[in-house]
Design a protein around this ligand. Structure first.
Ligand SMILES: Cc1ncc(COP(=O)(O)O)c(C=O)c1O
Length: 401
C-alpha cells in the first residue's frame, strides 16, 4: 500500500550523489577506500568515542562487539525484552544465553533494578538498548557493571545523536554499536558502526571483521573471522549524511514538539525526555490510553493515508525465546499500547499536524463507535422475562438463538 505520509523516508539531498559518483568513477567501490576511512574518523569525532570501525549492518555490529568481548557458550547476557530483536539474536549467534529484563514505565528503557535481580555467576555482560532515541539511565548501568565486573555494551542503533547528561551515547559502554539502515537518523542504506575507547577491543573488532587476517603475513588467517566490511559506496553516503546530522536531529525534535503540543490533553502519552537527557527522536512514539485502542487508531490512520508502526513486541513472547514462562509487565503494556508515528526530517509542519489531527479523531472515532455499539445492543437485545423463559419447551421448533 502506498501511503501519503510514510512512517520514514531517508533525506538524500546533500552530497550523497556526488560522493557515490566519485566512488564509481574512481573504481573504489568495495570495502576499502577514502570514504570509509573519512566516515569512521568523522563519526568518532561526532560521537566522542575514540575509535570507530564500519560494518555492513547494525546486527553484525552487535555480533562483532560481543565476539570482541569474548562472549561465548555458557555465558549469560542481560538484555531488555522490549527491544528490536537484533541484540537478542546476536547473543545467541555467540552461543550465549539472553536473560530478559523489564523496562521502566517513564523512559521505556531497561530497568536497572530488574537487572540487579537477574545477575547470576554466569552473567558476563549487559546490553543497554537506547530505544527510539531516548537514552537508558547510564549512571545506574555503569554502576551495576562496575560493581559486578560485567561488560557493558550500548546498542545505539536507534540513538544516533542522543545525549545522556551532555555526553553522546556510545561513550559509556566498553563497546557500542550503531545501525545505518534506511530508516535510521543517518543512513548508508545498510550499514553499521562499532565504537570503543579500548584499543584492544578495537583491534579485535578489526581482526574479526576482516576474515581474521593476521597482520604479519598475506592470506594467513589465525582465527575464524567474518567479512563484515562496509563498502566505500556506503561510506560515501554515510559521510554525506553525517554532514547534515545536526540539521536532521533539530528537525526531528521540532516534529516531536509539534506532536507533543497537539496531543496534550488528548489521552495519548508521547514518549518524552525524562531527566538530564537529549532525546534524538529517532521515532516519535505515543501510547494509547488503553490497549484495545492501539490497533483501531492505527487502522484509522491507515485509512487516512498515514503509515505507522506498532512498538516492538517483547522478545520473551516470541516462539524461539518463550520456552520458559516469563512476565515483564511494563514492557508488555508499552508494547501493546505503543504507536510509532511518521518521524523523518523531511516531514512538513502541515503533514505533522495532519497526523496529530488524525490521531485525535481516531480516538474520538473509537469512542463514537463504542457508543453506537452499546446503543444498538440495547435496542436489539430481546428482553426475555424470567417467567417466559421458564415456559420454553426444550424441543420447541422456533428457537433460533
Ligand atoms: C535497537 C536495534 N539494534 C540493532 C538493530 C539492527 O540494525 P540493522 O537493521 O542495521 O541490522 C536495529 C535495527 O533497526 C535496532 O533497532
Amino acid at each position: 500500500m502506498k501511503y501519503d505520509i510514510p512512517v520514514y523516508e531517508p533525506t538524500l539531498t546533500g552530497n550523497e550523489q556526488k560522493y557515490v559518483m566519485d566512488c564509481v568513477q574512481s573504481g573504489w567501490i568495495s570495502g576499502r577506500g577514502s570514504y570509509v576511512q573519512a566516515f569512521e574518523e568523522q563519526f568518532s569525532a561526532y560521537t566522542g568515542v575514540g575509535k570507530a570501525t564500519t560494518v555492513s549492518n547494525g546486527t553484525v555490529a552487535l555480533h562483532l562487539a560481543l565476539m570482541a568481548l569474548g562472549i561465548g557458550p555458557g555465558d549469560e547476557v542481560i538484555v531488555p525484552t522490549f527491544t528490536y530483536i537484533a541484540p537478542v539474536n546476536a547473543i545467541v549467534y555467540c552461543g550465549a544465553t539472553p536473560v530478559f529484563v523489564d523496562s521502566r514505565e517513564d523512559t521505556w528503557q531497561v530497568d536497572a533494578e530488574d537487572i540487579r535481580r537477574r545477575i547470576t555467576p554466569k552473567t558476563k555482560a549487559i546490553i543497554a538498548v537506547h530505544l527510539y532515541g531516548h537514552p537508558c539511565e547510564m549512571d545506574d548501568l555503569v554502576a551495576i557493571a562496575k560493581e559486578h565486573r560485567l561488560f557493558l555494551l550500548e546498542d545505539c542503533a536507534e540513538a544516533f545523536g542522543t545525549l545522556y547528561k551532555g555526553k553522546h551515547v556510545g561513550q559509556f559502554g566498553d563497546i557500542s554499536t550503531f545501525s545505518f539502515y534506511g530508516n535510521k537518523t543517518i543512513t548508508t542504506g545498510e550499514g553499521g558502526m562499532v565504537v570503543t575507547n579500548d584499543e584492544t577491543l578495537y583491534q579485535r573488532s578489526l581482526h574479526l571483521k576482516g576474515q581474521g587476517l593476521a597482520k604479519y603475513r598475506e592470506y594467513w588467517h589465525d582465527v575464524v573471522g567474518y567479512n563484515y566490511r562496509m563498502t566505500n559506496i556506503c561510506g560515501a553516503i554515510g559521510l554525506a549524511q553525517l554532514e547534515r546530522a545536526d540539521e536532521f536531529i533539530t528537525r526531528k525534535r521540532q516534529i516531536a514538539s509539534i506532536y507533543a503540543e497537539m496531543l496534550n490533553g488528548t489521552g495519548f502519552t508521547p514518549h518524552h525526555e525524562v531527566g538530564d537527557v537529549f532525546h534524538s527522536y529517532w521515532m516519535c512514539s505515543v501510547l494509547t490510553p488503553q490497549v484495545h485502542q492501539r490497533d483501531k487508531v492505527r487502522d484509522f490512520l491507515k485509512q487516512n493515508g498515514i503509515e505507522t508502526r506498532p512498538t516492538f513486541y517483547p522478545v520473551h513472547t516470541m516462539p524461539m525465546y518463550s520456552q520458559k514462562y516469563e512476565r515483564h509487565a511494563i514492557a508488555e503494556n508499552i508494547a501493546m499500547r505503543g504507536i510509532n508515528l511518521p518521524s523523518y526530517p523531511g516531514l512538513t509542519d502541515e503533514q505533522v499536524v495532519r497526523v496529530a489531527t488524525a490521531l485525535k479523531e481516531g480516538l474520538e472515532h473509537i469512542d463514537v463507535m463504542n457508543a453506537v455499539k452499546k446503543f444498538s445492543l440495547l435496542q436489539t437485545t430481546p428482553v426475555v422475562k424470567k417467567q417466559e423463559y421458564k415456559t420454553v419447551s426444550p424441543d420447541a421448533k422456533n428457537i433460533t438463538a
